[in-house]
Design a binder for this molecule. Sequence first.
Ligand code: ATR
Length: 479
Amino acid sequence: MICLTLSGSTLEENAGLVRSNRDYIDIAELRVDLLDEEEQKRVSLFPAMVDVPVILTLRRIQDGGRCSLSERQRRHILMEALEGEFAYVDIEEDIKRTEVESKARAKGVRIIRSFHDFEGIPEDIYSRIYRLSERGDIAKAAVTPHSISDVLTLFRISDELKDVEKIIIGMGEWGIPTRILYRRCGSMLTFASDGDAVAPGQISAKELKTLYHADRVTDRTAIYGIIGNPVYHSTSPQIHNPGFRAINYDAIYLPFLVDNIRSFFSLAEYLRMRGFSVTIPYKTQVLMFLGRISREVKQIGSCNTVVRVPGMWKGFNTDYYGFLSPILKDIDSGRIKSALVIGAGGASKAIVWALRNRGVKVTILNRTLSRAADIAALNLCEFDTLENARKYEGTVDLVVQTTSVGLYPDFDLNPIEGFRFTGHEIVYDIIYKPRMTKLLTEAAAAGCTLHYGEEMLLEQGKLQFEMFTGYHYPKGIDR
Ligand code: ATR
């Protein structure tokens, strides 16, 4: 179930939230502690105002809520609230048997026994969850992972505590995979926020339902993802998930924030992942965990696609193809014979290799000359420093920008400031946020043909999709 956490200050506001999210949710949690004081007296009316089951929760400050009332006053509010037809009531681990519990049991309201840990994951998490469930209650653990191996600990709960009814939540940004793949944690529900709440670790109900189809994940669902650090800005889930759906392929693709690549591989094995994309800073580090690599990976020295093959992981590089694809016909026709490549990082390596592989003459310009020299030596091309960029005005057919200069939020930077385009050049910036970088704006003013980072992103993603699924990326997808 996808559960919307209701954070409004009045019952009406919360009922409105349920209505506007109704297509995405199965259940809602009324956070009484977030209501205005007057509203707290009318809580029993709420279940009748909405058409989903409701969890009744009056969260204390120590558990991350706002309720600072005495335990007696809190009990009083909960007792009155239970006059309404709530489906569940949340009672914290340390609250001993009370009249709230008795009333809930008498009315057939299920009890959720919860504990919260905002610091980390308690060492005895498995036994603690088990104890909470002992009296037929639903155990709830909201804990805070800080690493990818913590995330694995949470996924393991599903095997360790197979028959226990439970809710598992990984809080904070590390917890995102446990919230999306909640069913693989063995959790009966996942908490989601209303459309715009984007606090770290939050994910909206709409996204869970329409992008990830998180409620449809089963043991058979093939899991794919993207690893990186940072990673949550990635738009690759918007490429792969709609693709899977269009071909009726039971699969999900989600982001994994990774601190240690070895630990990630343990998680990938545990989840029986079928493949994943790799982004900064792991494109080179990932190599030593691969049983096999493609010719491109070997030559470029960087891998952005990992696929499960029998008994091992195999690495590919689709960046080079994604880059080439939009300009291939201009290379084949002879329109592009020479290129200036700005930058000498990981992306530049793949791009220079791709161009050289197609017979294009390349000059690499970089701030740090030695890095340009290294790539030039491997690929037999020229190199120079960025300061000398103007020397190359009017000499090339293609200019490619591969550095991070001009990337969001630095819209007003251009790594070759002052460079004059003749209008003949095809200019390609691999930055996709913003779409129109300062460099491209200047090139457009001179009448150049432009290519955008999003073209490369989409093309590399489509090829990756083929490697993941064995199918062509479907046409006409609304991403
Ligand atoms: P990636 O893998 O995305 O290519 P990278 O390996 O960190 O990232 O490479 C970043 C590129 O952007 C390099 O060419 C870097 O130049 P240096 O080799 O001199 O570091 C370039 N770059 C980053 N910031 C820059 C800046 N402020 N001015 C000029 N070049 C910059």
